[in-house]
Ligand binder design. Structure first.
Ligand SMILES: Nc1ncnc2c1ncn2[C@@H]1O[C@H](COP(=O)(O)OP(=O)(O)OP(=O)(O)O)[C@@H](O)[C@H]1O
Ligand SMILES: [Mg+2]
Length: 233
C-alpha cells in the first residue's frame, strides 16, 4: 500500500534522506529503528507531507504522494502521530478529539463516543486539559486523535518515548489492537527494541539517512552485533 522508491528529502538545502526505498503492505506493522539523528523522524515527515520530497517516488495505494499536500495525504488515509505527540495542551481531551474529527468532516459526537468507548481513560479525563495528562495518557490521546481520520496507515514516531515502563504494555496493546481490530497498517519509529519487537512484524534499520538493513524483527532482537552497530544498545 505504501511504497517509497529512492526517496530523497531534507530541510532547505540540507539533504537528510538519501534514496530511501521501502514498502509496507496493508495490515502490516513495520518498525524503523536507528540512532538519534539517523533520519527516522524526517522519513515520517516525508511520508506525511510535512516536508516535501526532493527526489524519487512515493506512492500510497498507487496514488503518487509527492505532489499532494499533507492535508490531502491525510484525506487519503495517512495519519501521523508526531514525535512528542503535539496534542493541544490547553484544550481539554474532548476538544482535542473534536478538532481532529471536524477537520475530517466526521460527526463529532459519534466519533467522540467511539473513542471514549475504546479508550476509557479518555472518557474519564474528557474534561481535563491535554497538558495535564501523563505521558502515557497523552500518547493514548494522540492515538485516538489520529484515528478520528479513519486512517488506513498510521505513522507513529517513538510512541514509547518518555513513557513510564508500567504503561508501555498498555500502549503496545493499543497499537496491536488498532492493527488487528481495524486492519490499519502501522509504520512505527522506535528506539525501544523490546517495544518494537512486541508490536512489529518487520524491522527496518536506518543509518545516516538510508535504510541499511531490513529483517524479521525477532532476528534483530537476537543480533547483538547489529544492535551495537546501528542502535547504540
Ligand atoms: N527542522 C529541521 N531543520 C534542519 N535540520 C533538521 C531538522 N530536523 C532534523 N534535522 C536534522 O536532520 C537529521 C535527521 O534528524 P531526525 O530528526 O530525522 O532524526 P531521528 O532519527 O528522528 O533522531 P531522534 O532519534 O533523535 O528522534 C539530523 O541531522 C537533524 O539535525
Ligand atoms: Mg526522531
Amino acid at each position: 500500500m505504501l511504497r517509497l522508491d529512492h526517496v530523497r528529502a531534507g530541510y532547505g538545502s540540507t539533504p537528510v534522506l538519501h534514496e530511501v526505498s521501502l514498502s509496507l503492505d496493508s495490515g502490516e506493522i513495520a518498525a524503523v529503528l536507528g540512532r538519534n539523528g539517523a533520519g527516522k523522524t524526517t522519513l515520517m515527515r516525508a511520508i506525511s507531507g510535512t516536508i516535501p520530497c526532493t527526489g524519487g517516488s512515493l506512492s500510497f495505494d498507487q496514488t503518487d504522494l509527492c505532489s499532494l499536500s499533507a492535508f490531502k495525504r491525510a484525506r487519503l488515509g495517512i495519519s501521523h502521530v508526531p514525535q512528542g505527540r503535539d496534542i493541544f495542551p490547553k484544550l481539554t481531551v474532548a476538544e482535542n478529539l473534536q478538532v481532529a474529527a471536524s477537520a475530517f468532516g466526521k460527526s463529532q459526537s459519534d466519533e467522540l463516543e467511539g473513542a471514549f468507548e475504546q479508550f476509557p481513560i479518555l472518557a474519564e479525563k474528557r474534561k481535563a486539559r491535554g497538558g495535564s495528562l501523563s505521558g502515557g495518557q497523552q500518547q493514548i490521546l494522540a492515538l485516538a486523535r489520529a484515528l478520528m481520520a479513519r486512517p488506513k496507515l498510521l505513522l507513529l514516531d517513538e510512541p514509547s518515548e518518555g513513557i513510564q515502563p508500567s504503561i508501555l504494555d498498555e500502549i503496545a496493546t493499543t497499537v496491536e489492537q488498532i492493527n488487528t481490530q481495524r486492519g490499519i497498517a502501522v509504520l512505527v519509529v522506535e528506539q525501544n527494541l523490546d517495544f518494537a519487537a512486541r508490536v512489529a512484524h518487520r524491522g527496518l534499520i536506518m543509518d545516516k539517512g538510508e535504510i541499511v538493513e531490513e529483517l524479521d524483527i525477532t532476528e534483530l532482537s537476537r543480533d547483538r552485533e547489529l544492535q551495537r552497530r546501528y542502535m547504540a544498545l
